[in-house]
Ligand binder design. Structure first.
Ligand code: HEC
Ligand code: HEC
Ligand code: HEC
Ligand code: HEC
Length: 478
């Protein structure tokens, strides 16, 4: 009996110990697992911002004119009004040309600096997948966030992480501290991507002469960029030069962008999207050789009632203040003459841009037909390569903001290149399609129908939906 009890006790104790060991093993392991998963990012403290109000009493002239960037006014082709680029007198076929990309959904003209944050948060191009990099040229919080977070700033969630952080710092839209050292008021480039890109060209922006700083502070934002590889760091393709050709060359030699920013839905062609190369087109334009800089044309010279000279901080179209801009150099000209000089350049420019975009639209549809009738894949690739090239050249011109004025000759030359390349594409495609017995006249009629349907759609966000149909099925899954 004693023996039996003993045996029972031993079995009981053994089972109990096994259970205890098993439970502690599970618990311990779980703890281990948790310390592995919970990874705390060490982040430096974000420095406080200098709000615009800090400068208000010290520099009322600049502060008050800065606040006036909220006034909306139109010029013939531009101005400071939020409006879609898709209207007939602007670029009505962009919803076809950018089909498959956010720029086919929502693409507006620029307006005053005070609106930058509102406009970036409201554009339909920004969604739950957008990243912090999108805020880079909008908010006074950005230099401090980059300093505190390092490269992690760029690919963090725009809506979940970066915007709330910037809001908690009470950020403002392109404020004094974006261009000035807040203590000395010297001009300062605050965005690391510009310092680095110019550094790659052997130009030390931190030691630039004051005259050049008047271009650099603007150039840091008004410039073509891309998000580099997985880190999504904002990067400028300036290394080879400032022309459209140099940008194109850069993307092949130095980036991971050979597949483009997106594939056009109509033709499956990989496309590189250009973004506002105002700095580049200024750099290659004649007025740079003539000694003009961004400030001369976009920050009008004013005199205060007390006789103090200063620069209007209402950075806007020179047409809104010709006395303080163009006429400070063209002293012999009248306002009417200068206005006409600008409009002559812009009208000639728009005509050529429309020609380049319309032929580009046709090439996308020709490729669509080549694919549906089973044309030779080598020929399809050859046409796509021409279209890829042609679209970069007109887009580089269309995406800059002066409607050709910054470099009128350069812009026309780029459009000419684009049209030539599109013509080449049509030539190869037509031969291939005729070999497959495609009726080219009918094809052209069907293309006109799509173009008209896009133009006729009153809702700008739905225009893109008319680019494809049963005759021209989408070539990229949406
Ligand atoms: C010689 C004069 C001149 C210089 C220098 C110049 N621009 Fe312009 N810019 C113009 C004109 C003219 C327009 C067209 C204005 C219009 O159509 O209302 C324009 C338009 C713009 C616009 C669009 C304005 C709007 O109303 O939407 C931006 C942005 C711009 N320029 C930025 C720059 C930047 C940045 C620089 C320097 C890198 C620069 N510009 C240098 C004359 C100049
Ligand atoms: C987008 C860039 C930018 C922003 C934002 C900006 N400035 Fe300026 N600021 C300039 C440039 C460029 C000059 C011209 C420097 C020159 O001519 O040497 C200038 C000149 C000045 C000057 C020198 C006097 C003058 O008028 O030429 C003061 C003072 C000044 N800014 C204050 C301010 C204040 C205050 C704010 C904010 C309310 C502000 N700036 C916002 C770019 C900027
Ligand atoms: C921190 C980035 C940043 C800097 C620096 C900057 N800009 Fe801008 N600029 C923008 C953005 C973003 C917009 C468009 C805002 C919108 O549409 O909501 C803009 C719009 C403009 C416009 C169009 C305004 C209008 O009335 O249509 C002009 C002109 C302009 N900037 C000129 C300049 C000049 C000149 C400088 C340098 C003195 C400069 N910008 C510096 C980001 C910047
Ligand atoms: C910093 C001085 C300066 C400013 C500011 C300036 N220009 Fe000029 N511009 C020149 C010089 C210098 C020339 C070459 C000499 C000439 O033809 O008078 C020139 C030439 C021109 C020409 C004739 C040559 C050509 O290439 O077509 C036009 C048109 C012109 N400018 C328009 C403008 C307009 C419009 C503005 C304002 C948006 C402007 N300029 C601002 C200095 C300036």
């Amino acid at each position: 009996m004693k023996k039996l009890l003993n045996k029972k006790t031993i079995i009981f104790v053994t089972i109990l110990s096994i259970i205890i060991i098993a439970i502690s093993f599970i618990l311990l392991n779980e703890k281990k697992e948790k310390t592995k998963v919970v990874y705390k990012h060490v982040e430096n403290e974000v420095k406080k911002l200098y709000p615009n109000s800090y400068f208000k009493n010290k520099f009322p002239l600049q502060y008050n004119t800065y606040m006036q960037t909220e006034l909306e006014a139109k010029t013939k082709f531009n101005g400071s009004v939020k409006e879609t680029k898709f209207s007939v007198n602007k670029e009505p076929y962009l919803p076809i040309l950018f089909n498959g990309y956010g720029f086919a959904l929502d693409y507006n003209e620029d307006r005053g600096h005070v609106y930058a944050i509102e406009d970036v948060t409201k554009t339909l191009r920004v969604n739950d997948k957008s990243i912090g990099a999108c805020l880079t040229c909008k908010s006074t919080a950005v230099p401090n966030l980059i300093e505190a977070m390092g490269d992690r700033y760029y690919n963090s969630s725009f809506k979940e992480d970066i915007l709330p952080k910037a809001e908690s710092l009470k950020h403002e839209s392109i404020g004094c501290s974006d261009c000035h050292d807040p203590e000395t008021m010297d001009l300062k480039v605050t965005r690391p991507h510009f310092v680095q890109a110019m550094g790659n060209k052997g130009i030390d922006v931190t030691k630039a002469p004051p005259a050049e700083m008047k271009n650099y502070v603007c150039g840091q934002c008004h410039v073509e960029y891309y998000f580099r590889s997985v880190q999504k760091r904002v990067t400028l393709p300036l290394r080879i030069g400032y022309t459209a050709a140099a940008g194109f060359g850069y993307y092949y030699a130095f980036s991971f962008m050979n597949e483009g920013d997106f594939k056009n839905t109509v033709s499956g062609t990989p496309i590189l999207k250009a973004q506002h190369p105002d700095f580049e087109t200024y750099m290659t334009g004649k007025h740079r050789e003539r000694g003009a800089n961004c400030v001369d044309c976009h920050m009008a010279k004013h005199t205060s009632p007390e006789g103090k000279e200063f620069r209007s901080h209402t950075m806007t179209s020179p047409l809104r203040d010709l006395d303080g801009t163009c006429l400070t150099c063209h002293k012999e000209s009248t306002k009417e003459q200068v206005t006409k000089a600008i409009y002559d350049i812009q009208e000639r420019h728009m005509k050529k841009l429309h020609a380049a975009q319309e032929i580009s639209v046709r090439t996308h549809y020709y490729i669509n037909k080549m694919i549906t009738v089973g044309a030779d894949s080598g020929e399809i690739a050859a046409v796509q390569s021409q279209v890829h090239y042609a679209q970069w050249y007109w887009d580089f011109v269309a995406a800059e903001n002066s409607t050709g004025f910054h470099d009128p000759e350069g812009a026309l030359a780029n459009l000419e290149k684009s049209i030539l390349s599109s013509k080449k594409a049509l030539e190869i495609a037509t031969t291939a399609l005729q070999a497959k017995n495609v009726d080219i006249n009918e094809l052209e009629l069907k293309i006109k129908e799509r173009m008209k349907a896009v133009v006729d759609e009153p809702d700008s966000t739905k225009k893109k939906d008319h680019a494809t149909n049963d005759y021209f099925p989408p070539m990229v899954e949406q």
